[in-house]
Design a binder for this molecule. Structure first.
Ligand code: 5GP
Ligand code: ZN
Length: 114
């Protein structure tokens, strides 16, 4: 999508420092981290949110999460614990409308979330 920030990261139009990259997925640190570790995992193809991706390509959603879990392990937050957040649409606070999973770690998180 031409007017999508995360698509511009994927195409290289806007440079981003990848934490991980393969043919279908890109991961990079959040610009406004909410925890000592806070990275985003995105599919390289554009889906507006989880709802759209789950309808069109549920396997991609699975591989997005599995990739994030592997990165979390490599970054050493698996044993201590981490939180995965997927904001879908306005009530959840989604601000970038290209599917992304937040992975946050190295601090305690409240439950239920606010
Ligand atoms: P959302 O609120 O849509 O779930 O999350 C969007 C996330 O993208 C936010 O946590 C925000 O900090 C992050 N973000 C927005 N713009 C940029 C950017 O230019 N670079 C990076 N690395 N992260 C960004
Ligand atoms: Zn996009």
């Amino acid at each position: 999508m031409t007017d999508c920030l995360f698509c511009k990261f994927v195409s290289g139009e806007i440079p981003v420092n990848p934490v991980y990259e393969d043919d279908s997925v890109l991961a990079f640190n959040d610009i406004n981290p909410q925890a000592p570790v806070h990275f985003l995992v995105i599919p390289k193809i554009h889906f507006r949110n989880l709802t759209d991706a789950a309808e069109s390509d549920p396997e991609l959603v699975g591989s997005l999460l599995a990739t994030g879990a592997r990165i979390a392990k490599e970054l050493g937050i698996s044993d201590s614990g981490y939180r995965v957040v997927l904001n879908a649409n306005e009530d959840a606070g989604q601000t970038v409308f290209h599917l992304h999973a937040h992975f946050l770690g190295k601090r305690k998180f409240l439950w239920p979330p606010g």
